[in-house]
Design a protein around this ligand. Sequence first.
Ligand code: NAP
Length: 285
Amino acid sequence: QKTAYEIYQCDWSSDVCSSDLEDYPGFLSIEGSELARLMQEQAEHFGAEIAMEDVTSVRSEGPGGIVKVVETFDRTYRAKAVILTAGGSPVKLDVPGEERLNARGVSYCAVCDGPFFNGRVLAVVGGGDAAVEEATYLTKYASKVILIHRRDQLRAQKILQDRYFANPKASVLWNSVIEEITGDNSVDGVRIRNVVTGQTSSVQVGGVFVFIGFKPNGDILADTGVTRDHGGHIVTNANMETGVPGIYAAGDVRAQLARQVTTAVGDATTAALAAEKYIEALTHP
Ligand code: NAP
């Protein structure tokens, strides 16, 4: 399954963005952006209003913090309850060349950028589901894909590993980390260090795709007193309640085992029901 993050990182208006889900109940296969569009249409049909704005902060106001205030760049919203579903952002490698060559051969989205790398040798960094799945996707365009992983064992599900290794364009460099991404105006290679032998080498590649996990976008709740775990995920109970009454979290932004579209949808259902009960209790104590 795709994470909610993987779906939303796509440019919906772009033809190249086709992130298929093959295990969302009810569909043999559906494009992520199409599923999101259908969800939006359904929500609007039942009266939801949707505003496309960047939220900068969430805070509580008034006696006992009863009013929830959501600030965006342009507006301030006041509500009785807030459900945060902000997902996450890709973790960066934090090596020389990565920032400078971002969007010039360094990418964090295979479905968005893969088609631009037709016939090139590509490096994919990471050993989890995302890296292995996206590496397999990139074999559609690349002449060769080199998966670079810091250990000698992948963390990805076996089915994804089997699919990758069955592809003749797939290869892997074990126990290896990228120390530098090189190139003047675009990526022309990576400098790699073997973490076991300490040996360094240069490999010529035309692009570097980084999938080493993702960081939850929970910072906007920093001033609310909501608890977050060591990775920055928002901690909730089974009702999606944070420790602050009236503030809920759902999906990839909260601490949980799975980061799947199906679990995010389940979280959101629970959070909406819990928020409704909370608002009812405020109105009819
Ligand atoms: P992940 O499971 O946390 O894996 C991150 C990978 O990157 C690990 O292999 C890790 O190495 C490696 N890594 C971390 N920091 C690194 C660094 N600084 N340098 C080099 N390598 C580094 O993250 P993910 O693959 O993005 O997946 C996130 C969540 O989404 C997971 O729950 C996953 O199951 C889910 N997901 C599911 C699917 C699917 O079901 N098809 C697809 C994509 C994502 P180590 O192994 O050594 O720790």
